[in-house]
Design a binder for this molecule. Structure first.
Ligand SMILES: NC(=O)C1=CN([C@@H]2O[C@H](COP(=O)(O)OP(=O)(O)OC[C@H]3O[C@@H](n4cnc5c(N)ncnc54)[C@H](OP(=O)(O)O)[C@@H]3O)[C@@H](O)[C@H]2O)C=CC1
Ligand SMILES: O=C(O)C1=N[C@H](C(=O)O)C[C@H](O)C1
Length: 271
């Protein structure tokens, strides 16, 4: 099969630059386009140079429709409004759409899912093997422990992150809720402040720390009487997520339309 031709959305961003480097390091993938926000001062710049590589001749552009004429997929780590705009074009062009953007609302996710009867979408709040394994373990542990164990999720990210809780924290919360057989929406306790009252039994708490350059730390604690169990993951570099996204795109190339997760890509769906 010929190389998979990939567009990087948000090519001037932290993940966008990492994705450009990951594509350059990956056999079977080639950079076909670099998308940035219309009006960005980076439009016209060379994607390779922005990523710290030799020039590759791919200039940042705000026109996804034009650049996707001969492309196979798009790696989208941007902002919710951009991802939603990209969904329709990716579906129309038949591109594999790897969605890593977080901070999406329930209705945003419904829009993404609405195209998956005709388009291939791989979506995950975290593209790493370790976090997806952690989610499977959290689900299993939550199933084994009853409400006498309180569940608390703590995440730490770099000072530039704009959404909280992180997509990964919500994914881990969803895994815990599924293991317990409860709806996360009804039991999430996000952001305590002031006289909050005692913790409600069965709630899943979230706390977000921001600072420095942390690529992404997550821990899930089960706190019971006289004992605490904490499971955690530490990302050391965002190239981890970029290589995961590449793996997802190559896996999805040629798959039938559907909404896939990173657990599907990694063969962890049955755990
Ligand atoms: N699922 C996963 O494994 C991971 C997910 N993420 C998520 O990826 C997203 C991006 O993170 P990060 O790279 O750190 O953020 P950055 O802010 O560094 O990058 C986002 C980029 O998207 C650009 N952008 C904004 N609007 C558009 C548009 N309409 N079209 C194209 N590009 C646009 C931004 O441009 P401008 O600055 O000009 O607005 C910016 O360059 C976040 O939601 C983050 O949580 C991050 C790491 C891993
Ligand atoms: O914004 C980030 O940096 C990250 N975002 C994702 C999230 O919201 O969970 C994944 C990773 O933790 C890095």
């Amino acid at each position: 099969m010929s190389d998979m031709r990939l567009i990087v959305a948000g090519a001037g961003g932290r993940m966008g630059r990492a994705l450009t480097r990951a594509i350059a390091e990956t056999k079977g993938a080639v950079l076909a386009g670099a998308l940035e926000a219309p009006g960005s001062e980076l439009l016209g710049k060379d994607a390779g140079v922005l990523a710290g590589l030799p020039a590759n001749g791919i200039k940042l552009s705000g026109d996804l429709w034009a650049m996707s004429k001969d492309a196979d997929g798009i790696l989208d780590f941007t902002v919710p409004a951009a991802t939603l705009a990209n969904v329709a074009i990716a579906a129309e062009r038949g591109l594999v759409h790897v969605v890593g953007t977080t901070g999406l609302s329930g209705s945003d996710n419904a829009v993404i899912k609405s195209v998956t009867n005709r388009a291939v979408v791989v979506q995950s709040g975290n593209m790493s093997l370790g976090v997806n394994l952690l989610a499977a373990v959290v689900k299993r542990v939550a199933k084994a422990l009853d409400e006498s164990f309180d569940i608390e999720i703590v995440e730490t990210h770099h000072r530039m992150k704009i959404d909280a809780p992180s997509g990964t924290a919500l994914m881990l919360g969803q895994a815990a809720a599924s293991g317990r057989g409860i709806a996360l929406d009804e039991h999430a306790d996000r952001g305590r402040d002031g006289i909050t009252g005692a913790r409600k039994p069965g709630d899943i708490g979230f706390a977000s720390l921001r600072g420095g350059t942390a690529a992404g730390d997550h821990s899930v604690s089960f706190l019971g009487a006289f004992e605490r169990l904490t499971l955690s993951h530490h990302a050391e570099d965002r190239m981890l997520f970029a290589h995961g996204a590449l793996k997802a795109a190559l896996w999805a190339h040629g798959k039938k339309p559907g909404h896939y997760s990173m657990a599907d890509v990694l063969g962890l769906s049955d755990i």
